[in-house]
Design a protein around this ligand. Structure first.
Ligand code: NI
Length: 169
């Protein structure tokens, strides 16, 4: 297993929509293992493949973040089928948007379909924090970051800060 580099804003790769997986082979299993390892090391509760430079439609997550019993979940080709209700995801953050957090309005409940890493159909109903994680990661796979879902004023503040830091570096 190896740790993968996490791309950060404003890397344009993060804005690309990922491609569905049509063949789950050994290479893909390796990518999944590496994504999980990278997520735990960060540490984070979820990771989308395009955050580590792969254009495949895969996400991993483990919202429990329990170092003792790591049991991450994988969804290949996840699709948001239904969303319902509303909640405020407080202080949401992202490994690809370092040193920034914001409240984000999200659906309270979601239904996601996809396949598991063996290629079997998977259907997941989630609410609360797990629903937030799934929406956040599926957004990634669609080329969206959580800062696309906050007020433009807040987003501009963040973008300006990044630009300033780039000038200094
Ligand atoms: Ni993220």
């Amino acid at each position: 297993m190896s740790l993968l580099a996490i791309l950060t804003y404003p890397n344009r790769f993060l804005l690309q929509v990922t491609r569905p997986v049509d063949n789950i082979d050994g290479q893909l299993q390796q990518l999944i293992e590496d994504m999980a390892e990278t997520m735990y090391a960060a540490p984070g509760v979820g990771l989308a493949a395009n955050q580590v430079g792969s254009s495949r439609r895969i996400l991993v997550f483990d919202e429990m973040s329990d170092a003792e019993k790591r049991q991450f979940q994988v969804i290949v080709n996840p699709k948001l089928i239904e969303s319902d209700g509303e909640l405020i995801s407080e202080n949401e953050g992202c490994l690809s948007v370092p040193e920034f957090r914001s409240d984000v309005r999200r659906a309270a409940r979601v239904l996601v379909e996809g396949v598991d890493r063996e290629g079997n159909p998977l259907r997941m109903e989630a609410e609360g924090f797990r629903a937030v994680v799934l929406q956040h990661e599926i957004d990634h796979l669609d080329g969206k970051l959580f800062i696309d879902r906050i007020s433009s004023l807040k987003r501009q503040l963040y973008k300006r800060r990044v630009k300033k830091q780039q000038k200094i570096a």
